[in-house]
Write a protein of this length. Structure first.
Length: 494
């Protein structure tokens, strides 16, 4: 019993008990710090500003740049993780929960699920495409939009894949970007990049038998401000003809005694070339269909108007006993992306350098060491095969306008051998493995029509989407809606 006249302590209110445990226990102090409103406002303001910058970046450059610099950057993922921690700890600061906290808790946990689903889909999912033909083989890989470097090391004959996008590299000769060669002490040095590597022909010394005459031509157009180099050769493995933008054909012949006959039904312009009797000269014939419009002798360095808009031809070089080789060279338009690379050892010694264009495999050497480098879009393996069995394009009545796309495909499980047919129509994708469980969990591959070739109806390109974070994102979205409805429309009784 309390002494007479001593004050009787009043029981603490709920807010007082929360403040008291925060003062006494370091764990609760940390929880209240991580769940503070000030931290939440800082996180949301930073994310909002970042998303605004990403939107500007996407409109100024493209979506890939915004994804690489912001959305998929490690610091942005870490910032989202800190936001999830803040959302979780702020619910703990209300412990013990009361009935009125139901909507608040559901909403916060829904946001956490939504963010986790977005990260899971970004890291484990992918979007790509696959091109199929009715007379082709089933495909087991999908081309994604992620660029990667393929390194084949002679140390263990293993093929390594490293993520690499040259658009975000800024190397120089004095400050190259270096990458390790797996399983070796070597490094790959990159001292230049280009988004427009074009195959540039040149005349080189022969490397074997079957060598004839090599010709190097330059086509220029002042109206289009364009210059094009074309190399032709009469050797066994050299190009003898060139399609000039699909509108004219250029052909090099080894013997002028039997001039070619052109199809009279094809009105496409043509240019026939034959090595002249004098060194460094060509005999030319220009025509359309079966008619010859002009002919004559062209000497090295001379220009010739072709009559194809304002295009002119200049004979750069004619060399007997030589061959035509092509090597990638940086240009201003067209071409493919790539980089200039060399091998280097820990002592700083460098090997011969070469351009590595997208879609090609190029060897790099340093002394007795050699690796093969390939650069291009990632080929993502899938656990099944897909084949195109039929492709039809119904037309609107009386027109050539497509009214639908109908691609019949056949999926095959690589482990069990079980086959499953699918039909892809306009706005109606096909799914594999399909079924309620796969669709509900997001562990499902969706195929929809992407592109088609009007000149070849045996071929079609399908878009492939795989998003394992789908269920988390949708569950989180539904939880947010339910939590908001609970907070504002389902009020607990007093």
């Amino acid at each position: 019993m309390a002494e007479s006249g001593a004050p009787i302590p009043l029981p603490l209110s709920r807010a007082g008990r929360i403040a008291e445990r925060q003062r006494r226990h370091p764990v609760w102090r940390l929880i209240h710090l991580l769940g503070s409103l000030k931290l939440a406002l800082l996180l949301l303001a930073t994310i909002g500003t970042t998303c605004a910058i990403a939107t500007f970046t996407e409109s100024r450059f493209d979506a890939a740049v915004a994804r690489a610099w912001i959305y998929k950057a490690p610091w942005f993922i870490a910032w989202l993780g800190l936001l999830c921690v803040n959302l979780f700890t702020v619910t703990l600061t209300r412990w013990p929960w009361q009935k009125k906290h139901t909507g608040f808790i559901i909403t916060h946990y829904g946001i956490i699920l939504l963010l986790i689903g977005a990260v899971v889909g970004s890291k484990l999912g992918f979007e790509g495409n696959v091109t199929l033909r009715t007379d082709g083989q089933p495909q087991r890989k999908v081309i994604t939009d992620r660029s990667c470097l393929q390194v084949e090391s002679t140390a263990d004959n293993y093929l390594y894949l490293l993520p690499l996008d040259t658009r975000f590299l800024h190397p120089s000769t004095n400050n190259p970007v270096t990458l390790p060669v797996p399983a070796t002490s070597l490094r790959i040095g990159i001292d230049a990049v280009s988004e427009h590597l074009v195959p540039e022909p040149r005349i080189a010394s022969p490397r074997g038998a079957g060598i004839g005459t090599a010709v190097l031509l330059e086509f220029t157009s002042g109206m289009m401000s364009q210059s094009l180099h074309v190399g032709l050769g009469t050797g066994d493995a050299e190009p003898r003809s060139h399609e000039f933008f699909g509108r004219a054909k250029i052909t090099l012949f080894g013997d002028a005694s039997s001039p070619p006959h052109h199809d009279t039904t094809v009105r496409k312009p043509w240019l026939d070339l034959t090595p002249g009797k004098e060194s460094g000269t060509l005999f030319y014939r220009i025509g359309r269909g079966s008619s010859v419009t002009s002919s004559g002798i062209l000497k090295s360095g001379e220009e010739l108007p072709l009559g194809w808009a304002d295009w002119h031809l200049r004979l750069m070089e004619v060399a007997a006993g030589k061959m035509i080789v092509t090597s990638p060279t940086p240009g201003r338009v067209g071409g493919v992306p790539g980089f200039h690379a060399f091998l280097m050892n820990p002592d700083g010694a460098r090997g011969d350098s070469a351009w590595i264009p997208s879609g090609e495999v190029v060897p790099l050497t340093l002394g007795t060491d050699m690796i093969r480098l390939g650069y291009g879009l990632e080929l993502k393996p899938i656990p099944f095969s897909i084949a195109l069995t039929d492709f039809q394009i119904p037309r609107d009545e009386g027109t050539e306008t497509p009214s639908d796309f109908r691609a019949s495909v056949l999926f095959k499980n690589l482990k069990t051998g079980r086959e499953q047919a699918g039909l892809i129509r306009m706005n109606h994708p096909a799914s594999y493995p399909g079924g309620l469980l796969a669709n509900a969990t997001g562990l499902n591959y969706k195929f929809s029509q992407a592109e088609w070739n009007p000149q070849d109806l045996q071929e079609t390109t399908l878009q492939v989407l795989y998003d394992p974070g789908w269920l988390l994102k949708w569950t989180g979205s539904l939880a947010i809606c339910l939590g908001i409805a609970t907070m504002f429309y389902i009020r607990p009784r007093s």
